[in-house]
Design a protein around this ligand. Structure first.
Ligand SMILES: CC(C)(COP(=O)(O)OP(=O)(O)OC[C@H]1O[C@@H](n2cnc3c(N)ncnc32)[C@H](O)[C@@H]1OP(=O)(O)O)[C@@H](O)C(=O)NCCC(=O)NCCS
Length: 153
């Protein structure tokens, strides 16, 4: 891992962030459009979502979103949208982002941190197991809404 790597929680949205997140989303999903500045501002404004970035020098080379929420059985957390720029992979950036998220989740009282990762994402699955994530026996379901997304969603 580069000594100049910095993991930070985003507190303000600027053009560099919009560009970087758009570039990274493009490397994560072919079906998701890049988020607008307003959509990123909504993530930053929400107490439940923490957008972490990995910076090397002036460049943003990775991101992760941590979601922390309270339900009747306790405080839970999810890690979502982890992606490291193709040019920076294999250098520990994904690990540094994930460790930072796990520390943050623990500080916020989360009892568990969950994520999903398709088996075909070999690097990601390897990383998560190395960090101590264990496969959980459950069925993961998805309901695909047929309604168009409302403004602000
Ligand atoms: C998954 C991802 C975030 C990891 O980021 P990274 O900065 O490369 O992570 P690290 O350098 O900390 O660790 C990468 C691990 O994957 C391994 N790896 C890299 N490429 C690999 C490949 N093609 N096949 C298998 N393992 C691979 C590395 O060897 C390393 O594991 P090891 O240290 O146990 O050997 C990055 O590969 C990525 O953005 N992938 C595309 C998007 C994605 O799959 N996101 C996860 C969604 S769940």
């Amino acid at each position: 891992m580069s000594a100049s790597l910095r993991i930070a929680q985003v507190t303000a949205v600027d053009d560099d962030l919009v560009e970087a997140v758009g570039r990274l989303v493009g490397q994560l999903s072919s079906s998701s459009p890049p988020p607008t500045a307003a959509e990123l501002e909504a993530i930053v404004a929400s107490p439940a979502t923490m957008l972490l970035t990995a910076g090397e020098g002036p460049a943003i080379v990775g991101m992760l979103t941590l979601v922390v929420f309270r339900i009747p059985t306790g405080v839970r957390a999810w890690i979502e949208d982890v992606v490291v720029d193709e040019s920076a992979r294999g250098g520990g950036v994904g690990e540094a982002l994930s460790r930072h998220a796990l520390d943050l989740a623990a500080e916020l009282g989360a009892r568990t941190v969950e994520l999903t990762s398709r088996p075909s994402r070999q690097a990601a699955n390897r990383l998560y197991r190395r960090l101590g994530f264990q496969p959980r026996e459950t069925n993961v379901y998805r309901y695909q809404s047929t309604r168009p997304a409302a403004d602000g969603e």
